[in-house]
Every structure is written in C-alpha cells, then in structure tokens.
Design a protein around this ligand. Sequence first.
Ligand SMILES: C[S@@+](CC[C@H](N)C(=O)[O-])C[C@H]1O[C@@H](n2cnc3c(N)ncnc32)[C@H](O)[C@@H]1O
Length: 281
Amino acid sequence: MKQFGRPVTMRPSAKGYYARVQGVNHLLDAFIKKTECNCQVINLGAGLDSTFWRLKDENLMPRKFFEVDFPTVVARKIHNIKTKPPLSKPIIETHSTDSLLLDGQSLDSDRYCIIGADLRDVANLDEKLKKFQLNPELPTLLLSECVLVYMTPLQSSNLVHWAAETFHTAMFINYEQVNMSDRFGQVMIENLQRRQCTLSGAEACQSLDSQRERFLRTGWEHANALDMMTVYSMLPQDDVARIERLEFLDERELLQQLLQHYSICWATKDKLNLGLSQLAF
Ligand SMILES: C[S@@+](CC[C@H](N)C(=O)[O-])C[C@H]1O[C@@H](n2cnc3c(N)ncnc32)[C@H](O)[C@@H]1O
C-alpha cells in the first residue's frame, strides 16, 4: 500500500505495486460500501501504511480503523503522526473530545487506533484490541499485506483462526507471495535469505490452493485466491495502458513471472447475510 516517506516513483516493479494497490483497494472499498461504512477495519502488520487517510479523503471511513504492528514500528508511526499536521489533523477532526489516548506504543481516537503488539501472540492481541473498543459484533475487514509470510504456518493459522472465531461477519484480505516452490520462487526465497530476511511462512505460499486452505481449515466459510497477473489483467484497461506507457522499458516476461508469484486471497463469513461471498473482481 502507499506509505509515508516512500516516493511513488515508477520503479521496475511499479506495475506490480499498482496491481497490488488497485486489487486490495477494490476488495476493501467493496466491503466498506457493502456495509455502508458500518464496519471496522483491522490492518495487521500495517507498517507505515496510509489507508486510513485515503478512506477519510474518499468519504469511506469505517466506524473505527485499527492498525497493529510491532511496538518499535508503531512508535515510529506515532512520531510521524504527531509531527506532521496533515496526518494528525484527520485523526483530531474525527475525534469527539480534546484529549487523545496516546503513549509511545499506542494511539487511540474515536475512529483511528494504532496498537503495538506481536501478531504471533493472539491472546495478547485480542486483549489489546478489546481494550481499545474493538466490537466483535460489527462487520469486520481484516487486512494483511506481506505479513503472514513472516510467521510460521502454525502462527498464521492461529491468527486467521482467532479472526474467524472472534467475528461472525467478516472478510480477510491477504496479499503475499505464491507459487514459492518453483524455480523463480526458490530464487526469491534465497535472495531474501541472503539479506537476513527469512520467509518462515513460505510453506503456506506454495499455491493458490494452499493460500485458500489456510482459511477454509480455520473456520472461514468461503475463500478465493488469484495471482496478481490475473488481477492485473482484470483492472480497468485505460489505467493499465497509462501505467504501461510510463514503464515502457519493462520486459513483459519478467513482469508476468513476478506477478505470478504474488496473490490476493480473500475469505469471508457472513452471519448477517450481507452478501460478502459475492465480493470479487
Ligand atoms: C513487509 S512489511 C508490510 C507493511 C504493510 N502491510 C504494507 O503493505 O505496506 C511487514 C510488516 O509486518 C510487520 N510484522 C511482521 N511480523 C509481525 C508480527 N509478528 N507482529 C506484528 N507485526 C509484524 C512488520 O513489522 C512490518 O511492518
């Protein structure tokens, strides 16, 4: 997702980035519209993501937007928010009192909350979210982008299971690697390992089926997954043509290989019968 401090330049992977942002936003916005903003969003491993500010600009604010990441990352983001009025203003504007709950590891307002927690410790995560008025009765969108892949399959399954147990009407959108067992995937894993970055969850990223199964085994009613090449081909073709003109140097084959190794998987459960299983591309 678009992040603070990351210039949106047309790098070689810009088309992949474009497909990811458009793909995730498409599902996220469809969920918020379906619930008429009567919902909450939890961005798991949000990093410096700026979706809350986009939703505010586009009049698509959920009742409350939660973000979770490690305490050190959260501390950095809170510092950014505190020192940059364009970031703090929308939070203050949507808050009913003069005082915000704010410490180094969390910030809580009526509509936006950021919490420092380890997603592998589900009991602690649950406790912290509830302390900040998470409402299990509200339709809930959970989002993870390039996060589950850093956890073991057991740890990510526990997290996904917690979400299915906690919310009766929910959608989980997960964007991350797929097809990790082929040669391209193996080279990707080795390159990251050389940079001290281990993909502990690569086993759950073997295929679109393994991505779906993680959800279907843990209490979700429906799960779909598409590789990003497929998502890219489904995006509005006017925009695709514009991006392709900007990135004329890209090699089509390399782009295809890259996009075939990332996926969006989305799972739903729908006690309120909102029609969440129909949300798609
Ligand atoms: C590759 S970044 C992606 C950030 C953001 N989701 C985005 O798409 O821009 C992965 C993020 O997940 C967070 N993360 C990974 N494992 C985590 C864990 N066990 N608990 C909390 N956060 C975690 C990292 O700190 C980092 O901010």
